[in-house]
Design a protein around this ligand. Structure first.
Ligand SMILES: Nc1ncnc2c1ncn2[C@@H]1O[C@H](COP(=O)(O)OP(=O)(O)OP(=O)(O)O)[C@@H](O)[C@H]1O
Ligand SMILES: [Mg+2]
Length: 273
């Protein structure tokens, strides 16, 4: 048989020699959350941070980035749904925020609108073409690569997904995003705006994002004695043994506090997640 005409033999996956050992974790440094995660989020995982309006998604995501930045990591936040200046004003009311992290380049904030303009990509009022999608993935990759970022948040991925033509493109986009982020060891939270309907058991608007993501962290609400309390649940986290119990979340002036939701008490069962 002439050289080069031999049929290609499929190459089997080789086992990682580190096999069996727990994966290294990216600590959230959030009281209670690292306990739920048995140490933190496995490094390089891309997780959906899903929840209803006002459930604390942006605050949790920012605290994750800022805590990493304070511990020597480089963090990036990509703002899609609200101008970053407004988001920063809100964030300044929390004790964990520190302006110097931004000035020193440890916390890097980008507006997707500006990235789109620079790329010549359609504005957010139109659909992305396959070329736009490639350009956007390339831009995210460049940001993470150039800054050597190890923590990334896209707020929200739902708003990006609305610009993609169909569910197949959404799946492909998130899969490829997750692939290069994992290669870079960049632990990522993709914020997902969920519908107010616990019965559907979906954690995203399009219903495909959670299947591709490595993890799903669900923020919700529970009614107790006339009060609407915030909750958090880890639905899945590849590579970690984690709690699946619903926990109570408090947004305190110094950041999030997460404690187990006690089984006893006045829970009404009215859950909006
Ligand atoms: N300094 C503060 N201390 C405690 N709680 C605060 C503070 N500032 C805002 N909050 C609470 O945080 C809520 C907003 O949280 P956050 O923006 O993180 O939610 P979100 O899930 O991102 O909301 P959205 O769906 O609108 O993006 C406010 O509705 C308010 O109740
Ligand atoms: Mg938000």
């Amino acid at each position: 048989m002439a050289r080069g005409t031999e049929p290609m033999k499929p190459t089997a996956v080789k086992l990682d020699p580190r096999g069996g050992r727990p994966r290294e974790k990216s600590k959230t440094y959030i009281e209670g959350m690292d306990r739920m995660l048995n140490g933190g989020i496995p490094i390089g995982n891309t997780s959906l941070l899903a929840g209803t309006v006002g459930s604390g998604k942006t605050t949790l995501a920012m605290e994750f980035l800022i805590n990493g930045a304070k511990n020597g990591e480089t963090a990036c936040y990509i703002s899609v749904t609200e101008p970053s200046s407004k988001m920063l004003e809100n964030l300044r009311t929390y004790g964990f925020f520190d302006d110097s992290l931004v000035t020193e380049g440890k916390l890097n904030i980008f507006d997707l609108g500006i990235i789109n303009d620079r790329l010549g990509v359609e504005r957010l009022d139109g659909s992305y073409s396959p070329k736009d999608m490639e350009a956007l993935l390339g831009a995210f990759e460049d940001i993470v690569d150039e800054l050597q970022a190890t923590r990334l948040v896209i707020d929200s991925i739902t708003a990006v997904c609305y610009q993609l033509p169909d569910r197949g493109s959404i799946r492909n986009f998130i899969f490829r995003l997750g692939q290069f982020l994992s290669t870079f060891g960049c632990t990522t939270l993709l914020i997902s705006e969920t519908v107010v309907d616990a019965a559907t058991q979906t954690y995203s608007i399009f219903g495909v994002e959670e299947a591709v993501a490595d993890g799903v962290i669900l923020m919700g609400n529970v009614q107790r004695q006339g009060d609407l309390l915030r909750t958090m649940q880890i639905v899945k986290m590849r590579g970690a043994k984690h709690s699946r119990a619903r926990h109570l979340v408090e947004l305190t002036p110094i950041g999030l506090s997460v404690v187990p939701l006690l089984k006893w008490g006045q829970e009404t069962g009215a859950v909006y997640s």
